[in-house]
Design a protein around this ligand. Structure first.
Ligand code: GTP
Ligand code: SPV
Ligand code: MN
Length: 598
């Protein structure tokens, strides 16, 4: 690739979309000031009270554009079998024709921004570059926080570096087909015509109609995960929906742990865990995406390719995640939260008591008796990662950090115990492949319905998930067998008969991490169950918790009947992958079934 390829592509997109002007972004400070001022002028941003929350803004979206749209997310591989049963697929030629029609003239009356960005530190061997074209200044402002936007990327592309082209339009031109000028709205979008399309073979991204989150900030889910997973398969690494932390023990030993939980299932919170345990510390390296590759010592080295956080606001408060609250004191973009009468933000869970007289996420007056949520359940805060008060000093190490453990988890009201250690890599991959979780507000659709979300990658795997399982299985062959990261499953969300979470969660999850470290260190703190090694009740540190023996037993219980049921369900899920399903995982399922019978 070369600079002329990049310039030709920009010209082609401009010819198709017909913007009034092309703006090349350089990532500079003045550019940020200018774009924020423009967003205020357009009414997309409202400036928050600068005394309380300096340099921060709130955006209220169109109420129809509030989350990722999985039903309109496509993997358009040449062959349907390469997208697999878990992805929407349309023949590439047909999709290109549809997209060409939608994008034709879609930027009329708007500026077209060209954003060169890096996922990963620019000098990291694991970094990959992208260029996003967008007609949304909100996307520019957000990409500047979430990724490393820099004109240096253009120099690297000129020098021959590969890059992923990503095209985004809100799909609301300001000049209609008759040539008449149309008034803009604070949150332009086209929710009836959303497309989030990945072409894995040509490594292209096309997104239309939505301005929100993963639909439009294309470095994140579209590039770092969907296209990233394809690059990773072809080049021998892994692109994962994971947080990344460093745990320090009282003996000053350091362990790096990555964890995959589905959307809105606790990654950001675990990444910012504030330990109450004397001598134990957790530091943040990443909260949503991890790229990992084998290093020359046969260990996995991991980086966080992002540069910012786009975290769920509701439920994030002083008592649950003080680190997050401290980290967003300034320089943050809030979307779909409520505002107070003195120009600050609020959402359910920020404080125990709601302040009087809020303006809700839709812009309507709100009080405690309004009978509805003040903030949208998928309201988000966006902030530069270097503002995170628990940031680890090695978070941007170009070579990455060596992984000691990998956790998989989800929201499971029943059946799945607080923690399980896998028996070996293959069994660990089985745990990852069989994760299920109750759906959340992070994507459109019903909330609370249980679905299989293997590796928390269901909406983000850019190829056939059967092949993806195989890639995970074979990944161990590139690693030192004596030094494989230990794989665990965790579940903070088990509920009692009254529908209450049994485990206190949040900062208290440190207790589970202590057990995890103990297991890595070879402590005798687990017992065998049919599903894997579960904490011995007496080995889990519950000192100071109000948790009865009975509740603890409930948290750790493995019920043979319900697990037999679950195994049958897993069998059905595995069958959906046909001959793409790796034999090794079918063997793991048989092993589980026979352990359940024993
Ligand atoms: P995405 O950004 O969508 O990928 O979400 P995430 O996985 O980073 O989830 P996040 O940490 O933002 O948490 C989502 C919701 O789960 C919030 O409302 C949290 O308050 C809640 N949550 C997080 N950790 C825990 C926990 O340990 N226990 C309980 N009960 N709730 C939790
Ligand atoms: C998720 O849904 O996993 C998110 C939010 O992190 S979004 O960026 O919208 O994908
Ligand atoms: Mn996420």
């Amino acid at each position: 690739m070369s600079l002329s390829t990049l310039k030709r592509w920009v010209t082609e997109v401009a010819d198709l979309t017909d913007p009034t002007e092309i703006v090349w972004c350089d990532g500079s400070y003045p550019e940020g000031q200018k774009i924020n001022a423009l967003l205020v002028e357009n009414g997309t941003f409202e400036k928050l009270n600068q005394k309380i929350r300096p340099n921060s803004f709130i955006a209220r979206t169109d109420p129809a554009d509030v989350a990722r749209v999985e039903s309109r997310t496509f993997i358009c591989s040449e062959e349907e079998k390469d997208a697999g049963p878990t992805n929407n697929w349309v023949e590439p030629a047909k999709m290109r024709a549809e997209l060409n029609e939608k994008f034709a003239g879609s930027m009329r009356g708007r500026k077209m921004y060209v954003i060169p960005f890096s996922m990963g530190p620019l000098n990291s061997p694991l970094a990959r570059y992208g260029v996003e074209i967008t007609d949304s200044p909100y996307v520019v402002a957000s990409m500047r926080i979430m990724t490393r936007v820099s004109d240096k990327i253009v120099d690297r592309i000129a020098a021959g570096a590969d890059w992923v082209p990503a095209i985004h339009s809100v799909g609301q031109p300001l000049i209609d087909d008759q040539g008449n000028t149309v008034a803009d709205t604070p949150w332009p979008c086209n929710p009836e015509n959303v497309y989030v399309v990945q072409f894995p073979e040509t490594r292209e991204i096309w997104s239309f109609g939505s301005g929100y989150g993963g639909n439009s900030l294309l470095g994140k889910k579209a590039m770092a995960l969907r296209i990233g997973s394809v690059l990773a398969r072809d080049e021998g690494w892994l692109a994962e929906h994971m947080l990344l932390i460093r745990i320090t023990t009282p003996e000053k030993k350091k362990y790096h742990v990555a964890a995959a939980f589905p959307s809105a299932c606790g990654k950001t919170n675990l990444a910012m865990l504030q330990s109450q345990m004397p001598g134990w510390k957790v530091e943040t390296l990443g909260d949503d995406i991890v790229w990992m590759a084998p290093n020359d010592r046969g260990k996995i080295r991991a980086i966080n390719p992002e540069n910012g956080l786009f975290g769920v606001a509701p439920g994030t408060g002083i008592s649950t995640n003080k680190v997050a609250v401290d980290s967003m004191r300034e320089g943050a973009i809030f979307t779909n939260v409520a505002t107070t009468k003195d120009g600050d933000v609020w959402w359910e869970g920020l404080t125990d008591e709601a302040p009087d007289h809020l303006t809700d996420w839709k812009g309507d007056p709100w009080n405690k008796d309004s009978g509805k949520a003040a903030a949208h359940p998928n309201a988000r805060f966006c902030l530069p990662i270097d503002q995170v008060t628990s940031l680890s000093d090695n978070w941007a190490e170009p070579e990455g950090v060596e992984l000691d453990a990998i956790l998989f988890g989800g929201r499971r009201a029943t059946n799945v115990p607080l923690a399980v250690r896998s028996l070996n890599w293959q069994h660990g991959v089985f745990l990852g492949a069989t994760i299920a979780s109750e759906q959340t507000a992070a994507a459109e659709g019903p909330i609370g319905i249980l679905r299989r979300d293997p590796f928390a990658m269901l909406p983000f795997c850019g190829y056939n998930m059967g092949d993806y399982f195989g890639h995970w299985l074979s990944f161990a062959e590139k690693l030192d067998p004596a030094n494989l990261p230990t794989i665990f499953q965790v579940n903070w969300f088990r509920k009692d008969e009254n529908g209450k979470f049994i485990w206190p969660g949040f900062g208290e999850n440190m207790r589970v991490l202590q057990w995890v470290v103990g297991q890595i260190e070879g402590k005798d703190s687990s017992i065998a169950t049919p599903i894997g090694m579960v904490p011995k009740a007496e080995a889990l540190n519950t000192e100071g918790l109000r948790l009865s023996e009975e509740k603890l037993a409930q948290l750790l219980a493995v019920d043979r009947d319900t697990w037999s049921h679950e195994a049958a369900e897993i069998a059905g899920f595995f069958e959906s992958f046909g001959d793409k399903m790796p034999e090794e995982l079918k063997v793991e399922l048989q092993n589980l079934e026979s352990r359940l019978r024993a």
